[in-house]
Design a binder for this molecule. Structure first.
Ligand code: FAD
Length: 351
């Protein structure tokens, strides 16, 4: 049997890379296994016009700032992909890709990570597989009969196929708002949100939200300015709102062949439905460890599984750590998580 690694990190998106940065600094032996062909994690799948909600200085991983032509410019999807590709090259992390981990098992002296017919032995596993591969679409009667285009925001690229069409965009978060704004430029938009969407004040961006999230963690939250899920008024969203294109309606009841049907029985023709309805954590590879809750999450404290002491989670959302699914938050979380991994290994005499 090959010598076990101190740590196997599953996933080399921003959360995996931030973890790798601190593992390297702590002198821990590790590898990253990543299912993608290339660097960039979920950002590689973002739509063409996707714009971050904070400038580069608030969108950087530890050690090296995202390059930016201006402190007030908000980076786009390709800027982030390029940054992550250069980041992993800069630090020379050992990343094996494409390697898809399908199973993690407990052994008497550690964990076994099974991927594409190979087994990697680890003293500790950090799961950093994100959510992109687990898009969530709510179930509606008639959904399977719909003859138009149906896609999740995970697979939306641009509105070029939707010109002149009647398009239903479902979802009241940042994805829904950004895609609705873009679609409304070229198509007849019906924006469906469960409640009235929460637009943040125009001068509130990711910088303010990160400070708010921090203040909450520190227990000194003052006036509420909103949360990371509220809609940030990036320029295209602001323009669409100002032009009156972002009116929303409450959800339909069922879906017909070429329409959606409202609670009062009336219907609206639809050529396409775009589901901006979020994601679930991509944690199927942990099924065999018996750590998954009914909601598909792992009960954890500061990122460490409560049921499996050799397992940590990085990224995914606030349930693993404040703002852990953002670039800045991933770095902050990794900074706190890696010392606990080092302490664990040292306490067991495994380093
Ligand atoms: P991912 O980027 O998904 O990386 C996970 C990696 O793990 C991938 O490379 C994947 O291939 C790999 N993987 C998955 N399963 C396996 C497996 N079984 N075995 C091996 N490898 C696996 N964040 C910000 O900081 N600022 C913003 O302005 C911002 N704006 C956003 C706007 C939108 C519309 C959206 C949708 C997100 C935004 N985010 C923003 C959040 C951020 O982009 C994502 O949440 C982030 O990509 C998550 O990073 P991650 O490393 O956790 O996961």
């Amino acid at each position: 049997m090959a010598e076990p690694h101190d740590v196997v990190v599953i996933g080399a998106g921003q959360a995996g890379l931030a973890t790798a940065y601190y593992l390297r600094r702590a002198g821990v032996d590790f590898i990253l296994l990543d299912a993608s062909d290339e660097a960039g994690g979920a950002w590689r799948h973002g739509w063409d016009s996707l714009t971050l909600f904070s400038p580069a200085s608030y969108s950087s991983l530890p050690g090296w700032m995202m390059p930016s032509s201006s402190p007030t410019r908000y980076p786009g999807r390709d800027d982030v992909v390029d940054y992550l590709a250069r980041y992993e090259k800069r630090y020379g992390f050992r990343i094996e890709r494409p390697v898809t981990v399908c199973d993690v098992r407990e052994t008497p002296d550690g964990l076994e990570v099974c991927a594409d017919g190979e087994t990697h032995h680890a003293k500790v596993v950090v799961s950093a597989t994100g959510t992109w591969s687990a898009p969530y679409v709510p179930v509606y009667e008639g959904q399977g009969l719909f003859e138009g285009i149906q896609l999740h925001s995970a697979h939306y690229r641009s509105a070029s196929d939707l010109v002149g069409k009647s398009v239903i965009v479902v979802g009241g978060g940042n994805s829904g708002a950004q895609i609705a704004a873009e679609v409304s430029e070229v198509a007849k938009l019906i924006w469906v949100t469960p409640q009235l969407p929460v637009f943040l004040p125009d001068d509130v961006d990711g910088r303010v939200l990160f400070e708010r999230a921090n203040a909450r963690v520190l227990g000194n939250d003052g006036a509420s300015v909103g949360s990371l899920g509220d809609i940030v008024m990036v320029p295209p969203v602001k323009k669409a709102r100002d032009e009156g294109r972002l009116q929303s309606v409450r959800p339909f009841a069922t879906i017909g062949k070429n329409s959606v049907v409202w609670e009062d029985g009336s219907s609206t023709a639809a050529h396409a439905i775009i589901w901006c309805t979020g994601f679930r954590p991509a944690l199927g590879h942990l099924q065999g460890l018996g750590v998954l809750d009914e909601d598909g999450r792992v009960a954890n404290e500061n990122g460490r599984s409560l049921k499996q002491p050799r397992l940590w989670l990085a990224g995914y959302g606030n349930w693993t750590g404040a703002a852990s699914a953002t670039l800045l938050g991933a770095g902050r979380m990794a900074r706190d998580v890696v010392p606990s991994i080092v302490d664990f290994l040292a306490a067991r005499g495994e380093r």
